[in-house]
Write a protein that binds this ligand. Structure first.
Ligand code: 4NP
Length: 161
C-alpha cells in the first residue's frame, strides 16, 4: 500500500501526518510506504517547520529528516491513497488529477477518518498554538484511516476472488 499526505507547504501538517502514520504502521507491523508533499513550491528542500519538529519530538517522534517537495503528476499514479489535509489542498490536487482513476484516489484525511473534527485539518502556520491540536487530530485520525484502509482492502480482495 502506498500513501501520500498532502498540504500546502509540506512543512507543517503533512510532515507530521507522514511521521505519525508511519509510526502507527510500525506499531501494527504493516509494511506500507508513506510520503508527503505540498501543493505549493515555496519550501522545496526544506526541513519541516521547527514547531512541527518540536511537537513531534515531545511525543517521541523524529521528523527532522524529512524534506519538503511538491506534488507532481507521477504521484497520482504511484500512490493508492492521496490524503489532502484540507479542502483547498484537495481542490489543488484534483486540478492535477484529470483521469477518473486518479481522482478517485484523492480523499480528505479527516473525512476518510470519519472524524467529528473535520473536514479540514487547520493550517497552524500562522498560529503557534495550533501545532499541538494538529498533532492530536492527526494521531487520532490516523488510527481510523489505517483501520478503514484495511477494511476496504479486505472487502475488495474478497470481491476479486
Ligand atoms: P502546511 O502549512 O501547508 O501545513 O505546510 C503552511 C506552510 C507554509 C505556508 C502556508 C502553510 N506558506 O505560506 O509558506
Amino acid at each position: 500500500m502506498r500513501i501520500l499526505m498532502v498540504c500546502l507547504g509540506n512543512i507543517c501538517r503533512s510532515p507530521l501526518a507522514e511521521g505519525i502514520f508511519r509510526k502507527q504502521l510500525q506499531l501494527r507491523g504493516l509494511d506500507w510506504e508513506v510520503d508527503s508533499a505540498g501543493t505549493g513550491n515555496w519550501h522545496i528542500g526544506e526541513q519541516p517547520d521547527p514547531r512541527s519538529i518540536q511537537v513531534a519530538r515531545l511525543q517521541g517522534l523524529d521528523i527532522s529528516n524529512q524534506r519538503a517537495r511538491q506534488i507532481n503528476g507521477r504521484d497520482l499514479s504511484f500512490f493508492d491513497y492521496i490524503f489532502a489535509m484540507d479542502r483547498s489542498n484537495q481542490r489543488q490536487i484534483l486540478e492535477l488529477a484529470r483521469q477518473p482513476q486518479h481522482r478517485e484516489r484523492v480523499y480528505l484525511f479527516l473525512e476518510f477518518a470519519r472524524s467529528q473534527e473535520g473536514p479540514d485539518v487547520p493550517d497552524p502556520y500562522w498560529n503557534d498554538r495550533g501545532f499541538t491540536n494538529v498533532y492530536h487530530l492527526l494521531d487520532q485520525a490516523s488510527q481510523h484511516v489505517i483501520e478503514r484502509i484495511l477494511e476496504q482492502e479486505s472487502t475488495s480482495s474478497r470481491g476479486a476472488t
